[in-house]
Design a protein around this ligand. Structure first.
Ligand code: HEC
Ligand code: HEC
Ligand code: HEC
Ligand code: HEC
Ligand code: HEC
Length: 362
């Protein structure tokens, strides 16, 4: 063997080692992926629960006021250490998932530096600032002047004792039993409205299930979809898929969820049924002709302007549907009216996300 042959043979055996290693990685990651699909909570019970809210005579439960945590003598329902927002918060800008509980973070008290300024739904950081025209205000302050018990274009599902408050779950919230679907009864209390969900199985398919909160897209009762296992912390290898339809009456679409409170923006009366439209249409097919022909988020995913699909398990351009989340985030964003891009600032400082679909207006 001359130098070159030795080098080649070394190269080959190195290559085959690399190959074996890669195959192992593939096998391991698909195993981990399979495991992570069933995303019920794991880990020490004591990461999340406290039996007596007392340890060495001192409290364990913690309150979160939107900026910091403090111990409290008042025990929390479900024997939990934190409230919803407490578990799903971080007091820095970099954490997207809590290291102990593994909870996805939806509220960083410092501006988020990961993802597209937060996970898929956006980040409640943008309602903690003094000006709130940028998100769903679950913090019980009301700087944007919108009455929190009057969602623009609609009303809350009826009932509930938390008037004036938008909450994470329950009658005045989006997650769990909020009474927004026919056949569901609202449960007022945030924890009860979600009972069992964190320990339930959310193995796909999630097609919308009124009796088991875990078996819905992101604990949104009645709503279908495909959940990305890292909540779109990155979107280059995986992302959510949303359920759309071409009929406002179909109740398991993501836009139907929004319409539970903003009904006029998602109804034939409010929107019209053909051009010229009365309000921007949702739950209509994205045409494959004219200015829309070149936009294909099915082949090249665009996190800024996603679409829903009639069959979200088999996304195809022919069944791509415009949805509320084509333009808005669900929690809050850096931009006016929770937009996914700076619509108000374009042209000038902003981005023209409208141009992704309306290619002749870019
Ligand atoms: C003790 C900590 C803790 C508390 C309190 C808590 N959560 Fe969670 N939550 C978690 C963890 C951990 C996960 C991740 C589980 C998983 O991987 O699906 C999670 C996941 C979620 C999800 C996403 C589910 C999915 O499909 O990915 C939603 C929505 C949610 N929680 C809402 C709430 C609401 C609303 C409350 C208040 C009633 C709440 N959480 C209270 C820890 C908590
Ligand atoms: C449980 C009722 C409820 C649901 C469901 C709901 N919203 Fe809202 N929404 C409200 C209320 C109440 C307000 C006004 C108070 C506020 O701005 O926090 C509001 C305000 C908004 C605003 C204006 C925010 C601002 O700061 O000016 C936008 C945009 C919005 N919602 C979009 C959506 C979208 C998109 C969805 C579906 C992903 C949705 N909403 C689902 C209740 C709801
Ligand atoms: C990562 C956080 C987390 C861990 C770890 C955790 N839980 Fe929970 N658990 C929750 C949350 C949040 C709720 C309340 C909301 C809900 O039911 O989804 C809950 C609710 C419960 C409930 C009442 C609802 C139901 O499902 O029956 C019981 C009982 C419970 N947990 C027991 C346990 C036990 C036992 C362990 C340890 C084996 C444990 N939990 C570990 C977060 C956690
Ligand atoms: C996800 C794709 C998509 C995005 C993003 C989008 N649109 Fe549209 N838009 C459509 C579709 C589809 C129609 C209906 C076209 C038809 O009737 O053939 C439409 C209709 C309209 C109409 C009404 C036209 C008529 O004939 O009545 C206006 C105006 C409009 N869009 C403006 C905007 C603006 C402004 C933005 C950005 C804030 C935007 N659109 C973002 C897809 C989109
Ligand atoms: C084509 C992009 C687009 C789509 C799709 C869209 N919106 Fe909007 N929405 C906007 C823009 C832009 C604004 C703010 C400025 C304006 O009205 O032109 C807005 C404002 C709002 C507001 C605030 C109204 C107020 O009084 O302050 C609410 C609430 C809202 N949208 C809900 C929804 C819901 C619910 C859906 C789905 C049924 C939806 N939007 C679909 C672009 C969109």
């Amino acid at each position: 063997m001359n130098k070159r042959q030795r080098a080649q043979s070394r190269g080959r055996s190195a290559k085959s080692k690399v190959y074996v290693f890669c195959m192992l990685l593939v096998a391991l990651s698909s195993l981990l992926y399979a495991l992570s699909l069933d995303a019920k909570v794991t880990g020490y019970c004591s990461n999340c629960h406290t039996m007596h809210n007392s340890q060495n005579g001192r409290p364990v439960a913690q309150d979160f006021d939107g900026s910091s945590f403090s111990f409290t003598d008042t025990p929390k329902e479900g024997l939990l250490i934190y409230s919803c927002l407490g578990c799903h918060s971080a007091t820095n800008g970099a954490t997207w998932q809590d290291s102990a509980t593994k909870a996805p973070i939806v509220f960083n008290t410092v501006e988020p530096t990961y993802g597209v300024k937060g996970l898929a739904a956006g980040n409640f950081f943008y309602v903690s600032a003094t000006v709130d025209d940028t998100g769903h205000n679950i913090l019980a302050t009301n700087p944007d002047g919108i009455l929190d018990d009057t969602p623009p274009g609609g009303s809350f599902p009826s009932g509930g004792s938390y008037a004036g408050r938008l909450r994470c779950s329950g009658t005045r919230g989006c997650h769990g039993h909020n009474g927004g679907q026919s056949g569901d009864s609202a449960i007022d209390d945030e924890t009860s409205a979600l009972k069992g969900a964190h320990h339930g199985s959310d193995t796909p398919p999630l097609n919308g299930d009124l009796s088991d909160v875990a078996r819905n897209y992101r604990f949104l009762l009645g709503i279908a979809g495909k959940e990305d296992s890292d909540w779109e912390q990155e979107t280059s290898t995986s992302h959510n898929e949303y359920k759309g339809d071409t009929n406002f009456g179909v109740t398991n679409t993501i836009s139907y969820l929004c319409s539970e409170c903003h009904g006029n923006f998602h109804s034939s009366d409010g929107v019209g049924s053909a051009s010229p439209w009365l309000r921007h249409p949702t739950d209509i097919l994205l045409p494959q002709t004219g200015e829309y022909a070149t936009y294909d988020p099915t082949t090249t995913y665009n996190n800024l302007v996603p679409v829903a699909y009639i069959d979200f398990d088999n996304p195809s351009r022919a069944t791509a549907v415009v949805m509320c989340l084509s333009c808005h985030r669900a929690h809050a964003s850096p931009w006016f009216k929770m937009m996914r891009w700076d619509y108000k600032g374009w042209p000038g400082s902003g981005t023209n996300g409208c141009g992704a679909c309306h290619t002749s207006k870019d």
